[in-house]
Design a protein. Structure first.
Length: 152
């Protein structure tokens, strides 16, 4: 099982930053779709300008989030905060799709949740890429530190 966790953690190390890039692309596609509809003088519901945003959003929230959840469960990170965020992240991705289809006041949380997702992905990416240096520094200090004998 240790090998599965090690491979899963390596996958997460690259998968989470990729998600961050795709979330930024999502924000761009939303803006392009909204302002593209405005320039054409059409209602957003009647135009196809948001279709790229919807398509990428479906991929990120359905198969992508499920894959992220599976990898996060297999990795079962030792740091409790990282583990919690890596498990909450796919759940918030599922919620993102529900928010988009909800009524006006609930759907208003769709962009708010997107920024929350960007923050969580950014934090996890920073932690995953910072961790190897931290772990090697800790392991060196533990190896070099003398072991104190208990006082009798």
């Amino acid at each position: 099982m240790a090998g599965v966790r090690r491979v899963s953690r390596s996958i997460l190390r690259y998968f989470v930053p990729l998600y961050g890039v795709l979330l930024i692309v999502q924000v761009f596609l939303a803006g392009e779709g909204i302002f593209g509809a405005r320039d054409k003088g059409q209602l957003i519901e009647d135009t196809k300008t948001l279709d790229p945003h919807r398509a990428l959003g479906f991929f990120l929230t359905m198969p992508g989030a499920l894959l992220l959840l599976i990898v996060a469960l297999l990795a079962w990170l030792p740091n409790k905060r990282q583990r919690t965020i890596s498990l909450v992240l796919p759940v918030l991705l599922f919620v993102q799709m529900i928010l988009a289809g909800a009524g006006r006041w609930v759907a208003a949380f769709h962009p708010v949740n997107a920024f929350l997702l960007l923050g969580l992905v950014g934090y996890l990416s920073w932690q995953f890429w910072r961790a190897p240096e931290t772990m090697t520094a800790e392991s060196r200090t533990l190896e070099e530190a003398p072991v104190a004998e208990p006082a009798v």
